[in-house]
Ligand binder design. Structure first.
Ligand SMILES: C[S@@+](CC[C@H](N)C(=O)[O-])C[C@H]1O[C@@H](n2cnc3c(N)ncnc32)[C@H](O)[C@@H]1O
Length: 256
């Protein structure tokens, strides 16, 4: 059995084995969470203008391409999964270009010229990409000075795979959020879908800020967004849903 530190250092894998499941589950324009929270949050963080160039790292089947193209910006998606990229090209060829590559070690490719991008994005992908420092350094390398990086992820302080969940305090009639660990970085195998299992990486918030700073990026904004409670939810459920953010968005700018 591999030691924990080796697993934590290992490079992340393509989502090829779960590609049909993921593309089917999320759908052509993204899941409910993509459409209602994650994509609007990313667009808000990036403030793209017409003619700007965006690199979407860990782009999957390219659900960010249409809203970026709608803004008149140029979209280039990069992913390790040739199967998800095939779906992306089938659905979104007119919205952008797609390149097969490892975001932690970008290929030499004419569409990925260092310094040629105004913006880069990790949309619900950074927690599936490892090592973190290499991925952030590659994003920084693509950006021009003053270029922006947007990160949208499950909130690493409250949504730690297998180490967090809801609890019920009978005495206070209160739904609470329970954390079983936080500061330890983890590589967590996710539920098996399709032909295999993927791995998700938990890192504490400080690791993200440290990786951004080490790559010459300054954090200029953070936005924490909660899920929307369902109309049928009980009062305690609604309160808990609104109180503990589901997503974290971070914006960083490449220093001149
Ligand atoms: C949860 S999916 C997110 C895809 C897309 N951003 C979305 O929101 O639908 C995570 C993606 O990260 C990709 N991935 C994992 N490791 C990678 C790496 N080192 N380089 C590029 N992509 C990677 C996987 O292939 C998968 O498509």
């Amino acid at each position: 059995m591999k030691s924990k530190s080796k697993v934590l250092r290992a490079r992340s894998q393509s989502w090829d084995p779960v590609a049909s499941w993921y593309a089917g589950w999320a759908g052509r324009n993204g899941s409910h969470y993509h459409r209602t929270i994650a994509v609007p949050l990313m667009l808000e963080l990036l403030s793209l203008k017409g003619g700007e160039r965006l690199a979407d790292l860990g782009c999957g089947h390219g659900i960010l391409a249409p809203p970026v193209a709608d803004l008149g910006a140029r979209y280039i998606g990069v992913d390790l999964s040739s199967r998800l990229l095939a779906v992306a090209r089938r659905h979104h060829a007119r919205h952008g270009r797609f390149v097969l590559g490892d975001a932690t070690q970008l290929p030499d490719h004419k569409l990925l010229t260092p310094g040629a991008f105004d913006a880069a994005a990790f949309l619900l992908s950074i927690q599936d990409i490892n090592p973190l420092a290499a991925a952030i350094a590659e994003a920084a390398r693509l950006l021009r000075p003053g270029g922006r990086l947007g990160l949208v992820m499950l909130h690493p302080c409250f949504r730690i795979p297998r180490q967090s969940g809801w609890g019920w305090d009978e005495g206070r009639g209160l739904k609470y959020r329970r954390l079983d660990s936080y500061l330890s970085a983890l590589a967590v195998p996710m539920q098996e879908h399709g032909q295999g299992t993927t791995r998700s990486y938990h890192r504490p918030l400080g690791d993200y800020v440290a990786a951004l700073n080490a790559a010459g990026l300054a954090v200029t904004g953070i936005k924490e967004v909660a899920d929307n409670p369902g109309p049928q939810d009980k009062r305690a459920d609604k309160r808990a849903t609104r109180e503990f953010p589901l997503f974290l968005g971070m914006k960083a700018v490449k220093l001149e």
